[in-house]
Design a protein around this ligand. Structure first.
Ligand code: PBG
Length: 329
């Protein structure tokens, strides 16, 4: 006697499968990270991120117009600054005419409706490649939060819609929120990298921005004193709830694929949108395997992005955003 329920009935045809499909990707899901450099007509491929480029402002302008035409509505800006501009306190980050501030204006000029999110962290500006100021062999927390708040105000002033602190200092969301309120930026949202793990998947990104931590006495070359231990789960909820209490509008889990259990857990706990960052190492793995002919690029991209959304992501930051929109047709 066969079972009364045959689950395969709902998989018999394409039309039937579409009828019962539970998760759908749309261009509105994606946030596209962009790497900006000084210069003119620069479009440099990042060695460890095939088909992904650092762009000078003129090319940024072109790119943003193209993204908007494709239906992409949000960008996340990162800048690569010259070594000569780096110091311990990331002072260049506060330059009102710095590369980030000009990049924000460039995007807004090219495409006023494009949502501009900015990375708020010291590492691309730090001579040590850390997300915090170093004093007496320590990454100091509160002094760093003050710089992040000033950076956020500077980005808001230049026209950023959303500031995205990616550093994992304690209390920085509150410090940033208060600074934005004090300066009248009431509508600048904060997307907090709230559950950001100390991950080996950030390697290609650090190549892209030349921001890897350097060897210095007494300071580990990793970010484990501020980013989370990947063995931990409850800590992610604590971090996320604290950031919401401090004024985060959107929270984030990062990286993506290895952390989808955390995404679901947080999605079930909180009432704010949850972003997931599919990071550079995840991108690089797919590219490398596809180049070797070992994986089918497009199929793997869509499977991964759908899985991230299924896990609970409301927003997906991904280097595959353009590919995905093309594939969605
Ligand atoms: C820096 C920052 C990192 C990423 C986003 N912001 C790297 C790091 O924490 O070292 C990683 C993004 C990626 O790998 O794609 N604060």
């Amino acid at each position: 006697m066969y079972p009364l329920r045959r689950n395969r009935r709902l998989r018999t045809s394409h039309s039937m499968r579409k009828l019962v499909q539970e998760t759908f990707l749309t261009p509105n899901d994606f946030l596209i990270p962009l790497f900006v450099v000084e210069g003119k007509a620069v479009k440099e491929e990042i060695a460890s991120m095939p088909d992904y480029f650092r762009l000078s402002l003129d090319n940024l302008k072109k790119e943003v117009k193209e993204l908007w035409k494709m239906g992409l509505k949000s960008v996340l800006l990162f800048v690569k600054v010259d070594d000569s501009l780096k110091d311990n306190k990331g002072s260049e980050a506060l330059n009102p005419n710095g590369l980030m501030q000009r990049a924000i204006k460039t995007v807004k000029d090219a495409c006023p409706e494009m949502l501009v999110m900015t990375d708020v962290a010291l590492d691309p500006f730090s001579s040590y490649g850390h997300d915090g100021i170093i004093e007496n062999g320590q990454i100091v927390n509160d002094e760093t939060a003050d710089v992040l708040a000033a950076m956020s105000v500077s980005h808001a002033h230049a026209g950023a819609d959303v500031v995205a602190p990616s550093d994992m200092m304690d209390g920085r969301i509150l410090t940033i929120r208060e600074a934005l309120e004090d300066e009248g930026h009431l509508n600048t949202a904060i997307m907090s990298y709230s559950a950001k793990y100390a991950s080996a998947f950030y390697g290609p990104f650090r190549d892209a921005l030349d921001s890897a931590p350097v060897d210095i006495q007494n300071i580990p070359k990793d970010k484990k004193t501020y980013q989370m231990d990947y063995a931990n789960r409850f800590e992610a909820i604590k971090e996320t709830e604290m950031d919401i209490d401090e004024g985060a509008d959107i929270v984030m889990v990062k990286p993506g694929l290895c952390y989808l259990d955390i995404v679901r857990e947080i999605k079930n706990e909180v009432d704010v949108p949850v972003a997931v960052y599919q990071v550079s190492g995840e991108y690089a793995m797919v590219k490398a395997a596809a180049e070797k002919g070992w994986l089918e690029h497009d199929a793997v991209v869509m499977e991964q992005l759908t899985a991230i959304k299924r896990a609970g992501a409301n927003i997906i930051a991904t280097y595959f955003a353009k590919d995905a929109v093309k594939l969605l047709g």
